[in-house]
Design a protein around this ligand. Structure first.
Ligand code: HEC
Ligand code: HEC
Ligand code: HEC
Ligand code: HEC
Ligand code: HEC
Length: 439
């Protein structure tokens, strides 16, 4: 009797273990099932050219990402932290991850198959069926079997026909959730919200108005930033060389705030488009009334569907520079001006997030992020009011200048990863205001 019960218990435990392992393990798809982007590009030439310069194409090559990922992995001993640090490739090299190489971040040092190196690509997104969770890239795929049998490519058209592959309408592709599945990142063990554009959007006014990520990011093209504060005109054209003319073709530049990496490794056009996006995202306003020597400056998020900044907010820096001078040009006050090495004074107004290690100590390595110590972001269509104490000047006029800047990363972080002065991080002027005020 006792023996039987023990055997039964052992079987139950084993079954539970198998179930646990299979739940934790992601779905596997053979690499040979995916078709290289250049093949899709032979018919979808314009879409291919746009995507080629995008951060989706560059997500694996991206040196800023890769050097940080490999550096962060070094020296970790805590198993929970290592688990997180090894999973960067899940989003940054998704076809490689779902087919087995790179299975983890440290595989970056191995020879990764050519197709996987092409980052977030056509056949990954257009084989997507649904998202199991709206974070950490839990996307279910249904790829074909390579070029011999390409299978079904899903998209926004209900009447589309192609000789090469089957087509199917997919509501999923028209919704923010296909983006949100990757554009919300949580620590796999601690659950810390590491990136949250989808959540910010979901709780904001654009979700209520039915404007998904695609409504801005897949309307942008050179000269048309397509933000919340600009027009977002339709882009008529053909989706494929042999296709019919349609009233709107969703663009595939996927422009965000990255002004540097696409310009260096993708296309200069994309770098300029990121500047156009950033210049149409926010407004700055100096209040004319100075009360008790306090100057008020308002920063409004007028163009982003999520917070400013969003995404990798513990690395991105958006900051407010305020300069007060006499009519003659003598500086009386200056906040938020980087020094000669590009560092910002700690008293500057910076919009970003800071993670902590659980004991209140700030950490840059997201593998160690157990808590949020600072969260200063401006939500969609929200504003922030900043107060500055002016030096005791009375009875004269002053000139006040306020500028909102954006940069991809603090210069000191880039210097630490790549070496002093190796890569100069450019700052983009997002918005500014200037007023002459009588005290
Ligand atoms: C669930 C998906 C996901 C995972 C997992 C993920 N990332 Fe990312 N990563 C993103 C997205 C989305 C962006 C773009 C965000 C943005 O531009 O603000 C990004 C951008 C970055 C960038 C900015 C690159 C640049 O050129 O500015 C760095 C650095 C980065 N990730 C590092 C990491 C590291 C290190 C890991 C593993 C510890 C990791 N990521 C895991 C989705 C992910
Ligand atoms: C990050 C995911 C993603 C990647 C990568 C991607 N697409 Fe798309 N694509 C979409 C989404 C989403 C839509 C539909 C947008 C909507 O309806 O709101 C779309 C639409 C399309 C369409 C319909 C025509 C149009 O543009 O409106 C075609 C054709 C297409 N994509 C082909 C491609 C090709 C070819 C590539 C690679 C060069 C590619 N896509 C890469 C997500 C992606
Ligand atoms: C031999 C030419 C050819 C190749 C190669 C090709 N396509 Fe297409 N594809 C077409 C044509 C033609 C259409 C129809 C366009 C239309 O209806 O406007 C189409 C339509 C689509 C659509 C829209 C489906 C819908 O119902 O919304 C998607 C998505 C798509 N292709 C993705 C891809 C992907 C991904 C690849 C590479 C794996 C690829 N295509 C390779 C010719 C091609
Ligand atoms: C109303 C237009 C609009 C909508 C809708 C929108 N965005 Fe954005 N997005 C912007 C603007 C403007 C910027 C540049 C300012 C910024 O970084 O917040 C931006 C920047 C970004 C960046 C770059 C952040 C960085 O610092 O690198 C990412 C990633 C992004 N958006 C993803 C998304 C996703 C995912 C969604 C849907 C959940 C979405 N966006 C919806 C307008 C929009
Ligand atoms: C497979 C995961 C995945 C999916 C799905 C995905 N993205 Fe991304 N996206 C990324 C990663 C990873 C990066 C960052 C690459 C880097 O910076 O190295 C990125 C970068 C971006 C950027 C550029 C950010 C910058 O800093 O300039 C934008 C904009 C963007 N994605 C929008 C979208 C939109 C819109 C959708 C939905 C149509 C989408 N993404 C779907 C993973 C994904």
């Amino acid at each position: 009797m006792l023996k039987q019960a023990t055997v039964r218990a052992a079987i139950i435990i084993m079954l539970a273990a198998v179930l646990l392992v299979s739940c934790k393990k992601s779905r596997h798809y053979e690499l040979s099932r995916f078709i290289a982007p250049a093949v899709c590009g032979s018919c979808h030439d314009e879409i291919y050219e746009q995507w080629r310069g995008s951060m989706h194409h560059l997500s694996h090559y991206d040196h800023i990402y890769r050097e940080i990922a490999l550096r962060d992995l070094k020296g970790l001993t805590d198993a929970d932290e290592i688990e997180e640090a090894e999973l960067c490739v899940k989003c940054h090299t998704p076809i490689g991850f779902v087919s087995g190489l790179p299975a983890k971040t440290s595989d970056h040092l191995k020879k990764i198959p050519e197709i996987a190196q092409q980052g977030i690509q056509c056949d990954y997104c257009h084989s997507a069926v649904k998202a199991e969770k709206l974070y950490n890239a839990s996307i279910e795929l249904d790829p074909g079997n390579g070029e011999e049998s390409p299978g079904t490519k899903r998209g926004p058209f209900k009447d589309s026909h192609a000789d090469f592959h089957e087509t199917a309408y997919s509501e999923f592709h028209t919704r923010a959730e296909i983006c949100g599945a990757c554009h919300d990142v949580r620590h796999v063990v601690f659950g810390t919200r590491l990136e949250s554009p989808y959540e910010e959007w979901k709780n904001g006014p654009y979700a209520r108005q039915g404007i998904p990520c695609q409504g801005c990011h897949m309307y942008q093209r050179p000269g048309i930033p397509a933000t919340g504060s600009t027009n977002r005109p339709k882009n008529p054209g053909r989706a494929a060389q042999d296709g019919p003319v349609r009233e709107h073709i969703f663009t595939h530049y996927f422009t965000g705030a990255n002004v540097l990496v696409p310009s260096r490794f993708g296309s200069r056009v994309q770098g300029r488009m990121a500047e156009e996006r950033l210049r149409n995202a926010a407004r700055v306003k100096i209040d004319e009334h100075i009360v008790n020597n306090m100057l008020r400056v308002t920063v409004a998020n007028t163009g982003a569907g999520h917070s400013i900044p969003t995404g990798l907010t513990h690395v991105r820096q958006v900051w407010l520079e305020v300069k007060v001078s006499t009519l003659g040009g003598r500086t009386l006050f200056h906040s938020g001006r980087p020094d000669g090495t590009g560092r910002l004074d700690p008293s500057s107004v910076v919009y970003n997030t800071v993670f902590g290690d659980g004991t209140g100590k700030p950490v840059l390595n997201i593998a160690k992020a157990r808590e949020v110590l600072k969260d200063k972001r401006i939500g969609p269509m929200k504003s922030a009011v900043e107060l500055f104490r002016l030096p005791g000047v009375t009875g004269e006029s002053i000139v006040v200048e306020a500028r909102l800047w954006h940069r991809l990363a603090p210069q000191e972080l880039v210097d630490a990863v790549f070496g002093e002065g190796k890569i100069k991080i450019p700052a983009v002027l997002m918005a500014s205001d200037k007023k002459t005020l009588k005290l």
